[in-house]
Design a binder for this molecule. Structure first.
Ligand code: NAD
Length: 266
């Protein structure tokens, strides 16, 4: 008998909220994407991991398999429609369904607006918006047929705070935030929820590298966070795991900040 419940099944369900579920995580070769994949695996999901960095992706897959989870990988540039379609097809072929889509691929080309080149502007939109559009389009028909789905987008709190050097990045992430409410409404009666998890600065290995080179820049980013520190990757993954769970069935169309209190409205 498990403590606090009358049935062991209830307890098992809560301990592994994603047991039997299939999750696609994009941008899983490193950083927050890897952390999300590890969290969903520990919570019972089978995983399809995707990234443009094929070697990093295989290294991540080995770490996630070490938790005991079933994992497939699909490498390629997800700002291209064909890559997103192939990822979802590979997931259906391997597991027969797609329950959770975590649109985490992205990352900033963080520059003052006038220092961007046409190429860095395009890269910013490709990485942070086109990846999300194509992956949502490729996954949603399957979720609609299943009458079940959890779409999560990793957005950015900088859209709200207007963080220094983030204007172009915020244009892309703001597009993803905008997609959230519209998709949530369109699929609200299909058993599908769509939410964005929007972190402030997160203590990733890359942020630590930047902090080593330019501590003043990172201090500036952290200075607007009331808690006085960057988010931990695990704190972002924890929110993702919650909105990806069956328990979050009535949470949809939300941009949920994980930001140490950076943006508060009275
Ligand atoms: N790190 C932060 O402080 C922070 C803050 C707010 C939001 N975010 C967002 O969280 C997500 C993860 O951040 P991170 O710091 O771990 O990023 P990261 O740059 O370390 O990793 C992003 C991953 O996405 C992959 N990727 C990028 N474009 C791709 C494409 N077109 N096709 C396939 N894969 C692609 C990269 O290869 C990389 O492995 C990103 O969407 C980022 O914008 C990060």
């Amino acid at each position: 008998m498990n403590a606090g419940t009358s049935s062991g099944q209830d307890w098992a369900f809560k301990a592994q909220p994603h047991a039997g579920r299939v999750a696609v995580v994009t941008g899983a070769a490193r950083g927050i994407g890897l952390e999300i994949a590890l969290r969903l695996a520990r919570d019972g999901a089978r995983l399809a991991l995707a990234d443009a960095d094929a070697a990093g992706l295989e290294a991540s897959a080995a770490k996630v398999r070490a938790t005991g989870a079933e994992v497939i990988t699909a490498a390629g540039d997800l700002s291209l429609e064909a890559t997103a379609e192939a990822l979802m097809q590979a997931t259906r072929d391997a597991f027969g369904r797609i329950d959770i889509l975590v649109n985490n691929a992205g990352g900033g080309v963080i520059l003052p607006f006038l220092e961007h080149t046409p190429q860095t502007l395009k890269q910013t939109i490709d990485r942070n918006l086109w990846t999300v559009l194509w992956c949502c389009r490729a996954a949603l028909p399957t979720m609609q047929k299943q009458r079940y789905g959890r779409v999560i987008i990793i957005g950015a709190d900088s859209v709200m705070s207007g963080l220094w050097a983030h204007a172009a990045y915020n244009a892309a992430k703001g597009g993803a935030h905008g997609l959230t409410t519209g998709l949530a409404r369109e699929f609200a009666r299909d058993g599908i929820t769509v939410n964005t998890v929007a972190p402030c600065a997160v203590r990733t290995p890359q942020l630590e590298e930047i902090a080593a080179k330019d501590p003043a820049l990172v201090e500036r980013f952290v200075s607007i966070i009331p808690m006085g520190r960057a988010a931990e990757m695990a704190e972002v993954a924890s929110m993702v795991s919650y909105v990806a769970s069956p328990e979050a069935a009535f949470v949809t169309g939300q941009v949920i900040s994980v930001n140490g209190g950076s943006t508060m409205r009275g």
